[in-house]
Design a protein around this ligand. Structure first.
Ligand code: SAM
Length: 279
C-alpha cells in the first residue's frame, strides 16, 4: 500500500502532536517508503497507525525510531576514509587538540573507525570524540561496541583497505592486527571494540531538526554521513547552517559518499575533493 501526500501530512501532524519530534522536513519520498514498511511490519492499516500513535506515547516514540534508517558499517566507503586519513587529519595534526562530532552516528561503527584511525596516526590522545543520534536505542548499542562477526565480514576488508594499505603506494603494507582494536569471538559470532576505544566517546541524544549543537563547543571536523539524504532541502540547509556555526574557522565537514551540498545554500561551505571547508 502506498501512502498519499495528504496521508503523509496527517501522519506528520500526529507525530508532531503526540511525540517530541517533527518530521515535517524529512524527504517525502523516504518517509513514505518507511511508513509503507511500518504498515507492513506491524500489519495495520493507516487509520490503525494513527489511532495507536494517538493512544500510546510508547508506540508513537517507537514509530519515530522505526522511521530512522540505521544502516552503517566499519570504515564505510573506504575512499572517503582515505580522504580523512591523507587529507584532513594531517592538517588537524598541527592543532594542539582536535574536536570531532559524529552527527547521526547510528550504532557507532563510524565513530570506532575514526578512533582506530586516530590511534594509527598517533592523534588519539589529543582528540575529543563526540557522537550523537536522534535514536537512543542505537546509542545504547553503540556504547556496547558489539557487532555480529559473520554478517559483517566486509568490516575486515574495509579495515585492510584503510588501515593496512596505502592507495598512493601499493608497496606499503601495515600489518596491523585486528586484535589491537577489537576482539573477534567466532564461536559467539561477535566483534567487540576494545574498552579504550569505547571509553573515549562522549554520547548525546540529539535531534538535528532542533538545530542545536548538543556539546556546546566548536569542532575541527564534523562527520555527518548518510543523514542529510533523509531531509528535504529546507532542513538540509538548516543543518548546514548549524554545522557552519558549530565549526572553528576553516574547519572540515564530511558528508556521505553520495551526498553533496551542491544545489544547497552556498553560504556555508566550499567543496574540496570529497570534503567541505567552512566558509
Ligand atoms: C544511515 S545512518 C548513518 C550512520 C553513519 N553516519 C554512516 O554513515 O554510516 C543515519 C542515522 O541518522 C540518524 N538520524 C535520522 N534523523 C536524525 C535527526 N533528526 N537527528 C539526528 N540523527 C538523525 C538515524 O537515527 C541514523 O542512525
Amino acid at each position: 500500500m502506498d501512502i498519499t501526500d495528504s496521508e503523509l501530512i496527517e501522519l506528520n501532524f500526529f507525530l508532531k502532536t503526540y511525540t517530541d519530534y517533527d518530521l515535517t522536513d524529512y524527504s517525502d519520498k523516504s518517509l513514505k517508503r518507511r511508513i509503507d514498511k511500518i504498515l507492513e511490519d506491524y500489519k495495520i492499516n493507516f487509520k490503525g497507525l494513527l489511532f495507536k500513535i494517538k493512544n500510546s506515547k510508547e508506540f508513537a516514540d517507537q514509530i519515530i525510531k522505526d522511521i530512522t534508517v540505521n544502516t552503517t558499517e566499519l570504515f564505510r566507503d573506504p575512499k572517503n576514509w582515505h580522504c580523512i586519513k591523507y587529507k584532513i587529519l594531517p592538517v588537524l595534526a598541527n592543532n594542539q587538540s582536535i574536536n570531532i562530532w559524529h552527527a547521526g552516528s547510528s550504532t557507532g561503527q563510524e565513530v570506532y573507525s575514526m578512533l582506530i584511525l586516530l590511534k594509527e596516526l598517533n592523534l588519539f590522545d589529543k582528540t575529543n570524540i563526540y557522537a550523537s543520534d536522534i535514536n537512543t536505542d542505537v546509542i545504547e548499542q553503540a556504547k556496547k561496541g558489539e557487532y555480529k562477526y559473520r554478517f559483517n565480514l566486509n568490516y575486515l576488508d574495509n579495515f585492510d583497505d584503510v588501515i593496512k594499505k596505502n592507495p598512493y603506494n601499493f608497496d606499503e603494507f601495515n600489518d596491523v592486527k585486528y586484535e589491537k582494536y577489537f576482539a573477534i569471538d567466532k564461536k559467539s559470532d561477535v566483534i567487540t571494540m576494545n574498552k579504550e576505544l569505547r571509553e573515549k566517546i562522549k554520547w548525546a541524544q540529539n535531534d538535528l531538526v532542533k538545530s542545536q549543537n548538543p556539546f556546546y563547543i566548536k569542532f575541527d571536523l564534523i562527520m555527518c554521513r548518510n543523514v542529510l539524504i533523509y531531509f528535504n532541502t529546507n532542513l538540509q540547509n538548516k543543518t548546514l547552517k548549524l554545522f557552519n556555526e558549530s565549526l572553528k574557522e576553516n574547519a572540515f565537514l564530511m558528508l556521505g559518499a553520495h551526498e553533496s551540498v551542491i544545489g544547497l545554500s552556498e553560504a556555508f561551505f566550499s567543496k574540496k575533493n570529497k570534503y567541505y571547508i567552512k566558509k
